[in-house]
Design a protein around this ligand. Structure first.
Ligand code: SAH
Length: 358
């Protein structure tokens, strides 16, 4: 797990993103600088609990150490370009600008059990799922762990409330940015960091099989969600190019491995698209695929985007699909559509911004 080989983590002066280190790595860095280990604890607390914006904020460190840190490292900065609040529910969407001018999104949703944030893991996406807006503007670069963390730290400060749940379901495919995402995860579950329980963290992937297996072996016990969206390979290939690389059965085998090693239930996401994947036969096939899993299926009426002509399945159709699954012993819920008035679905708003700017 090496983030030093990814040039995205260095700035133009060759400084490294200090927020991206795990606590253990930060200790090693400070030992190399000739500092005692406990200093790393202090720096870590400034970065991850107090959201320090600069090394000068770190008032319990000597001036000399602050200067040393400034020479080698930088602290990721993100600014809010715009904030949209849903009038229908309490969903808030943030358009964020990175230090190189790139734009990403994050969404905060309020549930009975607390605030949940949906973060982006890459600038753009290269997966090319036909229904998804995030992929339409192509892929720009990886996000640094520090930038992913900053999405949360910044927004938590802005809303003045704790964020207790994290889902990696924004722009990007997290498992294509594996090392940075794992660094991000290690930091948010660190008791000296945000201290979010692994059970309150969900990573969603379109199914990069070798990376699911690798993630399983990290044994972080976070929840894994698979964007399945089809009940057979033929249909999946039409919707998701990644299906040409990995079959559903390979993806499900990797999921079994994940469950075994992490003792978690699986989540499967299934966007219902009229006439594409929403027949009774599809529901039966899906139930059959998942019959030996302890899992939840999230049924999502597809978000209609202007880049394609997919339509959502009717309310009755969705209900019937859910019942078919339930009858066969599969736990399936229909996802509430939060923030539909502010285009809170992945990538929609970023696209509008980029079109305005171009
Ligand atoms: N790349 C990851 C995470 C980002 S997408 C993944 O594929 O899981 C988050 C979820 O939103 C995925 O399940 C994705 O398939 C789904 N999604 C994307 N566009 C959508 C749309 N127009 N309607 C409904 N769900 C969509």
């Amino acid at each position: 797990m090496d983030i030093k080989s990814d040039k995205v983590n260095f700035d133009s002066e060759g400084k490294f993103s200090i927020l991206s280190f795990t606590k253990t790595e930060l200790e090693e860095e400070l030992l190399e600088l000739g500092e005692k280990k406990f200093r790393a604890g202090q720096v870590y607390e400034w970065l991850h609990q107090k959201n320090a914006q600069s090394f000068d904020d770190m008032s319990n460190l000597s001036l000399e150490l602050r200067e040393k840190l400034k020479e080698k490292y930088f602290i990721d900065q993100i600014v809010v370009l715009d904030k949209l609040e849903s009038k229908l529910d309490e969903t808030k969407k943030f358009i964020l600008k990175l230090d190189d001018g790139n734009i990403i999104e994050a969404v905060v949703m309020k549930y009975k059990y607390g605030n949940s944030i949906c973060i982006s893991s890459e600038v753009g996406c290269q997966m090319g799922c036909t229904f998804c807006a995030s992929t339409k503007q192509g892929y720009k670069r990886n996000l640094r762990a520090g930038e992913m963390l900053k999405e949360i730290y910044l927004i938590q400060d802005l809303i003045g409330e704790r964020i207790g749940n994290v889902v990696i379901m924004g722009i990007g495919e997290p498992l294509m940015n594996y090392d940075n995402v794992v660094h991000f995860l290690r930091n948010i579950i660190d008791p000296k960091g945000l201290n979010i329980g692994a059970r309150h963290v969900t990573l969603s992937t379109c199914g990069i099989v070798p990376r699911i297996r690798q993630l399983a072996e990290e044994k972080m016990q976070i929840n894994l969600a698979i964007s399945l969206h089809a009940s057979n390979d033929e249909t999946r290939k039409k919707l998701m190019p990644i299906a040409n690389k990995f079959s559903i059965s390979e993806v499900l085998d990797a999921c079994r491995y994940y469950c075994e090693l992490n003792n978690r239930r699986m989540n499967f996401e299934y966007a219902l698209i009229q006439g594409k994947n929403d027949t009774e036969k599809n529901a039966e096939e899906l139930a059959n695929l998942l019959k030996d899993f302890t899992c939840f299926v999230n049924l999502i009426p597809v978000n209609e985007i202007k880049e394609n002509d997919y339509k959502k399945t009717s309310k009755e159709g969705i209900k019937a699909f859910q019942e078919k699954l339930n009858e066969r012993g599969i736990d399936a819920t229909i996802r509430r559509e939060l923030g539909s008035d502010i285009e809170a679905a992945c990538g929609q708003l970023r696209n509008q911004y980029m079109e305005k700017e171009n």
